[in-house]
Ligand binder design. Sequence first.
Ligand code: 13P
Length: 339
Amino acid sequence: MNLNSLSDIAKAMVEKGRGILAADESTPTCKKRFDSINVESTGENRNAYRDMLFTTPGMEKFISGVILFDETLRQSSLADGERYPDYLKNLGVIPGIKVDKGAHPLPGSEEEKVTEGLDGLNSRLKEYYDLGARFAKWRAVITIGESAPSGTCLVANAHALARYASLCQENGIVPIVEPEILMEGEHTIEESFIVTEEVLHATFNELHSQNVLLEGMVLKPNMVLSGYGCSEQANVDEVAEMTVTVLKRCVPSAVPGIAFLSGGQSDEDATAHLNKMNQILGNNNPWNLTYSYGRALQAPALAAWGGKQENVKKAQDAFYKRAKLNSLASKGEYGSDME
Ligand code: 13P
């Protein structure tokens, strides 16, 4: 891997046929995931779970990078004690780090959030670089509601994303810029389209104002989807068409790649949507379209693992399968019969 510049790293992260594993669940989020399988969320169990994922034989064929949480960046592989950033790098997988401090209530708003974590970020990035991280992630959360999103919420989150991105690039780290419009709500896919367009315009406007190098970043957006509570759920073709349309309107072609979040979709939906978008774009892709899934890559593996050493092989097989199917989807070569 040639990782000499921000643009080399960004291109390697979204290389055709590979995508990113988001394994950066914060400790409280990891507890939620472990509660679902009745496993206690201790440092040791979190290490064992991440070890199962990262040591899946052959996963590097489909996984270009892994987003880690601070704790995991400092933990080590169970087999030989190699620190995870070194272990992953030696496999040809780029280590990354979640650097935001979560979404917190936006002052003056009842339902909206702004992501915190800019204070002290510069020195944290220097430490993360020394520990081996070559890319980072910051997630902004946008809600669709009665009077949301407000202009204040859009500007505050876009501004923070751009501040984070420029600090990352100053420190030789590629920023994943993640403005996520939540699927929670009763909104239609048309409403999701309108808000996604607004959010992406606000985000790229701020990235431009703050001199972020577009060639040295990766965008991690939501897909355009019907809200969970909407009575009419859009089908795969509608989701793919509308998502591609909004991205073409808003994302400059200098951005090397777009790696979607899964956002609570079922794993099969997340794969089918990505596949259809790549089929629509064919070889006319301004950017590579790939995955940076958390739940949609991990859910079957988490269930199969169940906190037991004897289930590691079964869990790794489940993770391998999802990674492989998403790799095919990133080339438009997936079919539901492969499930
Ligand atoms: P999901 O794919 O589970 O949405 O997680 C991706 C992620 O990194 C959220 O920030």
